[in-house]
Design a protein around this ligand. Structure first.
Ligand code: CMC
Length: 436
């Protein structure tokens, strides 16, 4: 894999020494050109400084493309809107992992292979007893996914493509089981084994809401909407959790450990935890007439309150996922017969007011994918604490596809950023008796 080296260069001049350095430019297939600074330190002794990586391409990738100004999101070249409308999550998993849409035979085979891995090792079920009942599902998922590396020794060799693919299938297949079990444990109900006659989303609903004493009737509407939500969350380029997975993987760590690291990163409220935070925010606001007061607090900044579900590091126009999900929220609620969801009304009014307010307009803050997802999850019956776990279920395929791509990349090196050191210069040790 290699982005093509462009003929043009950029010249960097060190004004202190007068030294000049020609930096090659690289062209991707679409998107901004990239300055290749790999020789910068060797040639000049200088580092670059970019906290939060706002201007740094950390890798080459062929998986997902985002144009933040135009509000474009492509998986392997296919627009997210088209995939959400015409595809299904298993097909999208295949696409992200293997690069192309499957034909009918490939799809059937893939679905069957994933299905064969949905159960977890029976001994793993005992891990759950070690958690408090009120443990957050993300804490449980993080622990149990990390523990997979202690159970599946035949898929730990990252240099064997077959073992890598087995680990990838296991992760995609087992995440719903692990997340659903986290929910079951929290409510004190028996774990439900996966049912291989069901599709991915249906099976997740069955394991989450089914009980052994009666048949659980799966709503096709809910299953379809959940499948769509999984598609929208499946990958998102080099975001914080994906970069964490790549960084962890760059040391040669096993895939299960890397995905556990991704889950830990996703949990934060600035990332996947935002869907939970949005619902808490809407509940705290409580009614439409309290929105102006809340907006005032957000703009005031002194109270550290943010409008959760708004803003994005990359999307500075709109988040294309939010458009699809906004419509889905209305459709799902209508189909489920929820006509007077007060939180949806508050969300819509909040969105209307924020989109007209200079504070948000000037900073290009628009609703992101998480603004509406929580409302749909809630209508489906998921407790708030499960929202981010649902995100993790969907994102696992993206993480593992990116991890595979990294391992196969000949340019791959252990991730090792440098720093701008601002601490003490060397100084002599001070004996205890002489310290203030
Ligand atoms: N509410 C109020 N002000 C905001 C918000 C917000 N949600 N987001 C950004 N700002 C302001 C921020 O205070 C700053 O203002 P100023 O220029 O006056 O200092 C300006 O906008 C730029 O903010 P930033 O923090 O430098 O932007 P960022 O690109 O580093 O942060 C973000 C992106 C998503 C972390 C941030 O917008 C945020 O915290 N949003 C709320 C959390 C959220 O919804 N996260 C989900 C992201 S989408 C799902 C995912 O991919 O995980």
């Amino acid at each position: 894999m290699s982005g093509s080296a462009s003929k043009s260069t950029i010249t960097v001049v060190d004004n202190a020494s007068g030294k000049r350095l020609e930096l090659p430019m690289m062209d991707g297939s679409i998107g901004p050109r990239v300055m290749d600074i790999r020789k910068l330190y060797a040639e000049t002794g200088h580092f670059t400084y970019d906290p939060g990586f706002t201007s740094t391409a950390s890798c080459e990738s062929r998986i997902t493309y985002i144009d933040g100004d135009q509000g474009v999101l492509l998986y392997r070249g296919y627009p997210i809107e088209e995939l959400a409308e015409h595809s299904d999550f298993m097909e999208v998993c295949y696409l992200l992992l293997k690069g192309e849409l499957p034909n009918a035979a490939q799809k059937t085979r893939f679905e069957r292979d994933i299905t064969l891995h949905t159960m977890i090792h029976e001994q793993l079920t005992r891990f759950y007893q070690g958690f408090r009942r009120d443990a957050h599902p993300m804490a449980v998922c993080c622990g149990v996914v990390g523990a997979l590396s202690a159970f599946y020794h035949d898929s730990l060799n990252i240099n064997d493509p077959h073992q890598r693919m087995v680990a990838s299938y296991r992760l995609i297949a087992k995440l719903p089981t692990i997340a659903a079990m986290a929910y079951k444990y929290s409510v004190g109900q028996p774990f439900m084994y996966p049912k291989n006659s069901l599709n991915y989303a249906e099976n997740f609903l069955h394991m989450t809401f089914g009980v052994p004493c009666e048949e659980y009737k799966i709503s096709k509407t809910v299953a379809r909407a959940l499948d769509k939500l999984f598609i929208l969350h499946a990958d998102h380029e080099q975001n914080a959790s994906t970069s964490t997975v790549r960084l962890a993987g760059s040391s040669g760590a096993n895939p299960f450990a890397c995905i556990a690291a991704g889950i830990a990163t996703l949990w934060g409220p600035a990332h996947g935890g935002a869907n939970e935070a949005v619902l808490q925010m809407l509940q705290e606001i409580g009614s439409k007439d309290r929105i102006p007061e809340f907006i005032r607090k957000v703009k005031d900044k002194s109270e550290g309150v943010r409008l959760m579900g708004f803003g994005h590091r990359v999307y500075k126009n709109f988040d294309p996922r939010a458009k699809v999900i906004r419509q889905a929220a209305h459709d799902v609620l209508a189909e489920l017969g929820v006509h007077d969801e007060p939180l949806l009304e508050i969300a819509m009014e909040l969105e209307r007011i924020a989109l007209q307010d200079d504070y948000f307009v000037q900073r290009k803050l628009y609703p992101n994918v998480d603004f509406y997802s929580g409302i749909i999850y809630r209508a489906m019956g998921f407790p708030t604490s499960m929202f981010t776990a649902l995100f993790a279920v969907a994102r696992t395929v993206g993480w593992i596809a990116q991890w595979n791509e990294m391992i196969e990349d000949p340019a791959q090196k252990i991730g090792r950023p440098r720093q701008l050191y601002t601490g003490h210069a060397p100084r002599p040790y001070v004996p205890m008796a002489k310290r203030a």
